[in-house]
Design a binder for this molecule. Structure first.
Ligand code: PLP
Length: 442
């Protein structure tokens, strides 16, 4: 049994998190329930920030809020002095409602609408990460009309794709994101942006992948980008203020995963950039990173009630829980793997191997294959670990299942930070046939 953060087994033999009994939590808030270990989120945030501070490097650690966006989460990110990435007007709206300082918000995305760009400019956000030529032209036009300056980063694709256990050099990268560094697009974009009196080009951005367990890909990306920046310094005289190397730092979902500590990712990246810059006429830029999963992933646990079971003779035993792909679509989408225990009796010995099924009408709605567990049945409570990133944020109402509630626990206190959806919420946007006005006739 691997426990994360402040998780432990209390004197009643129950799983507790943040000093709160998980069984009491479900009695109060029901199931499924997402529970976040706030102290662990703080610790993860401080791990990244502290290393930059110790190395004396000006930096921004921006929480990629797509991993889990909610008002309370964004307030927590603010408390920890993080910056914030948003990728849509909805995420930006959430950040604004959370009173997040807008000068620390960065706006990403490969197809920001005119409305989204206006909204970002209305709120004077910290920077816009420009993704392609059509956006560059649109933003410049909007800024000219508004007579408003904006800071931008140019997102580049350095021709490196990092995966969990390796990285791939892709040369001309076939990606929907960013300006290609190798074929000259990035240089053209920089020249074009530098001509605008409204755009201030802070520097370059890249994001090479997700759930990455090594530093090689980041170092290689830094090498390629700084090589280009050095040559542009000679040809255009451009000096970047910022180098943003994105997110993608891996976490431990199961025992197969072996991530590095935040300090090691940061330290190796900083040293490499320092060494590379030392060989050029460039000044050391600020380093920005954008962790999402690694800030909130292992701080989240989902609690489910066990329901029915089905034995397929000589094949396997299925145990079904009261959620599934509606609250965690990652197993169905990416064959993501998770670990789980019984929260009401975590210390009982393992007796059998079962597969955990969701309750949605899809054969692919399986949460965990081949999980060793004590003999479990109706009334038991399953705790699935590491559901804090891309769980709630990808949740949906398939089969009209209401979205679960989210609870923050810390120092023995539980706070409901997202209410459970009600059936009334589910139909709140529906209009009955007799009240649905005909809109295409005079
Ligand atoms: C998704 C994303 C991140 C965060 O990725 P994680 O794997 O959650 O750390 C950071 N930057 C950009 C541009 C992204 O698209």
């Amino acid at each position: 049994m691997h426990l994360y953060g402040t998780s432990g087994v209390n004197e009643r033999g129950h799983l507790e998190i943040g000093g709160v009994d998980t069984i009491e939590l479900i009695e109060q808030f029901g199931t499924p329930l997402y529970v976040y270990d706030v102290e662990l989120i703080r610790e993860r945030a401080r791990g990244f920030k502290r290393t930059f501070e110790e190395l004396g490097i000006p930096a921004q650690v921006a929480y990629a809020s797509k991993a889990f966006s909610s008002i309370a989460m964004i307030q927590l990110a603010d408390q920890e002095g993080l910056s914030l990435d948003v990728v849509s007007a909805g995420e930006l709206y959430t950040a604004i409602k959370a009173d997040f300082p807008t000068e620390r918000i960065h706006f990403h995305g490969n197809n920001k609408s005119e409305e989204e760009l206006h909204m970002a400019l209305d709120h004077k956000i910290g920077c816009i990460v420009v993704d392609n030529f059509s956006e560059l032209v649109l933003l410049e036009e909007i800024c000219t009309n508004r007579e408003q300056k904006v800071k931008i980063l140019l997102r580049v694709t350095p021709g490196i794709e990092a995966h969990t256990h390796d990285y791939i050099l892709t040369g001309q990268e076939d990606s929907k994101f960013g300006f290609d560094l190798i074929n000259g697009q990035a240089e053209d974009a920089l020249r074009q942006a530098l001509q605008s009196e409204w755009l201030e080009v802070l520097g370059l951005h890249c994001h090479i992948g997700s759930q990455i367990f090594q530093t090689t890909g980041f170092l290689l990306a830094a090498r390629k980008i700084i090589g280009k920046l050095d040559s542009w310094h000679g040809s255009i005289g451009y000096q970047p203020k910022v180098l943003n190397l994105g997110g993608g730092f891996g976490i431990r979902y199961t025992q197969e995963d072996d991530p590095l500590p935040a300090s090691q990712y940061v330290e190796e990246i900083v040293r490499e950039v320092q060494n590379l810059v030392a060989d050029t006429d460039l000044q050391m830029p600020e380093i920005w990173i954008e962790p999402g999963r690694s800030l909130v992933g292992d701080a989240g646990v989902t609690l489910y009630k066990v329901g029915s079971e089905k034995q397929v003779p000589n094949v396997r035993k299925y145990i079904a829980v009261d959620g599934g792909m509606s609250d965690n679509i990652r197993p169905a989408l990416y064959e993501a793997k998770y670990d789980a225990i019984l929260a009401n009796r975590p210390l009982d010995p393992v007796e059998e191997t079962v597969s955990i099924a969701g309750k949605c009408c899809e054969s692919g709605d399986m949460l965990i294959w081949d999980l060793p567990l004590p003999k479990a049945g109706r009334g038991d409570v399953l705790a699935v670990f590491c559901t804090g990133a891309y769980g709630y944020s990808m949740s949906n109402n398939y089969n009209r299942i209401p979205r679960p509630a989210v609870v923050f626990v810390e120092n023995g206190e539980a706070r409901l930070v997202i209410k459970r959806e009600t059936f009334e919420d589910l139909i709140s946007l529906d209009l009955a046939l007799q009240e649905a006005a005909v809109t295409n006739k005079e």
